[in-house]
Design a protein around this ligand. Structure first.
Ligand code: EPZ
Length: 422
């Protein structure tokens, strides 16, 4: 039986001090998958020590790749793959396993994966990924929860996505990197992890241009060579720490981040009444409380990220006035608010919109993390609340944040991980 744990937070303490941001989760997953495309070993630095990375490394090893970890560096030798069908059980543990399909198609012209798992945020189809692969000449058998994909020859093509999809953009980019001829992706996602993956591909000799805009052009190449690459810092972890500092009326300097990636959050924090100072790769957050309610609408980059909607709603539960949060990306992303209501938050919650009436304070209560960012949001709510908050299912948090509670403790938080029956 798996070891079951919970987090216990004794809230009401200000966070103060300095903290370092880890490498990006949603950057590391496509980049480690993209390493499969290479004809030589590659080294990737600044890989976070998180569960989703551990799962992906197991998946890569299962395909026959060598994956050696040394601290935050990972060496991948993809030269001796013996299968194009990754472990079904492991794929179902994480959403990012879908990147293996794009990489296997680029490398071997075929791949077979189950529908990916990961956070349950409502319907999360992959039809746009498959549409992109089909445009490259891939034959796809998509039945009973499995995708079998095979291409006699992978040929460049033009793809217009029906909606902006991060996973779809990156996955097609991976396959197209080694297709014959040119591929153009229209209505591409512009997230920092799309740009970072393109930069990694280019560091191995790929020809990807325009990442960061909504038109990406890829000229396929015959081979990719060895590379050493450093992934960018985690945009969402940076934002989570910024919000946690503000929510506890703290004074925290977040080091090793990219302030330009945080502009939509920074703008909202300033609107709320939080002080934000930036210098090179540091963001300092200072708050004396008295936060004002704001409206949030989640959008693709450079809009407000859906992944920060949950942490931000924790902060807004005690802002003065009424905040309206409109979620436009995922239809089941307000579960954390139901849990915060147990802590005294006042919120009217529906699928796409929630209205939060700010209360003077939250009170600790037993709550359950339903997904990764909901878990992070409940940690922030627990840090804000008076008394003890017990968070069940903290393993969701471990999928995407490296040693979150250790780092929060170093900022003065009283947060412990214990066995669930203690
Ligand atoms: C990625 O998910 C991230 N996951 C998510 O992070 C993040 O919330 C999301 O992008 C948006 O930024 C990883 O990188 C592993 P999408 P993804 O394709 O790729 C619809 C976290 O907490 N859609 O941009 O699944 C989809 O349903 C996680 O770190 C289709 O309809 O997101 C959604 O409404 C959670 N068909 C919208 O597009 C498709 O083929 C955007 O999804 C693909 C997507």
């Amino acid at each position: 039986m798996p070891f079951v744990e919970k987090l216990i937070i004794n809230g009401g303490r200000r966070l103060t001090g300095d903290v370092q941001v880890a490498g990006g989760k949603n950057t590391s997953l496509p980049i480690l998958s993209a390493a499969l495309l290479c004809d030589e070993p590659v080294c990737v630095d600044n890989i976070p020590d998180i569960e989703d990375v551990h799962t992906l490394l197991e998946l890569l090893r299962g395909l026959g790749a060598l994956a050696q970890v040394s601290g935050h560096s990972v060496m991948i030798d993809p030269t001796r793959l013996h299968t194009t069908q990754p472990s079904s059980d492991l794929c179902k543990k994480m959403r990012g396993s879908y990147y293996l399909l794009g990489a296997l198609l680029g490398k071997a012209g075929q791949g077979s994966i189950p529908y990916p798992g990961g956070c349950d945020l409502g319907a999360r189809p992959i039809d746009q990924h498959l549409k992109g692969f089909r445009a490259l000449g891939v034959e796809i058998d998509d039945r009973f929860g499995w995708v079998d994909a095979k291409a006699a020859s992978l040929n460049g093509s033009e793809i217009f996505f029906d909606l902006v999809t991060v996973g779809g953009t990156i996955n097609v980019m991976l396959a197209a990197a080694r297709a014959k001829g040119s591929t153009v992706i229209y209505n591409a996602a512009k997230e920092p992890h799309v740009v970072d993956t393109a930069n990694f591909l280019n560091s191995m000799g790929a020809r990807v241009r325009g990442a960061g805009t909504d038109v990406i052009r890829i000229r396929g190449v015959d081979r990719l060579h060895a590379s050493t690459y450093t992934v960018i810092p985690d945009q969402i972890e940076t934002g989570t720490l910024m919000i946690a500092a503000a929510a506890t009326q703290g004074d925290v300097a977040i080091h090793g981040c990219i302030p330009a990636h945080m502009e939509s959050l920074t703008a909202k924090l300033l609107e709320i009444g939080v002080r934000v100072d930036e210098a090179d790769d540091v963001i300092r957050i200072r708050s004396a409380g008295g936060h004002r309610a704001v409206n949030i609408k989640t959008l693709a980059y450079p809009g407000f990220p859906t992944d920060l909607q949950s942490p931000m709603s924790a902060l807004l539960t005690t802002a003065v006035g009424t905040s309206i949060i409109t979620e436009t990306i995922f239809d089941k992303r307000f579960r954390h608010l139901h849990e915060m209501v147990r802590m005294g938050a006042r919120a009217r919650i529906s699928d796409w919109t929630s209205v939060i009436e700010g209360m003077p304070h939250l009170t600790g209560a037993p709550v359950t993390a339903s997904d990764l960012r909901a878990g992070a949001a409940l940690v922030i709510a627990g840090l804000m609340a008076g008394g003890n908050t017990e968070i069940s299912n903290p393993q969701h948090i471990d999928r995407g944040y490296e040693k979150l509670e250790t780092r929060l403790r170093s900022l003065g938080a009283d947060i412990q991980r214990v066995a669930a029956d203690s």
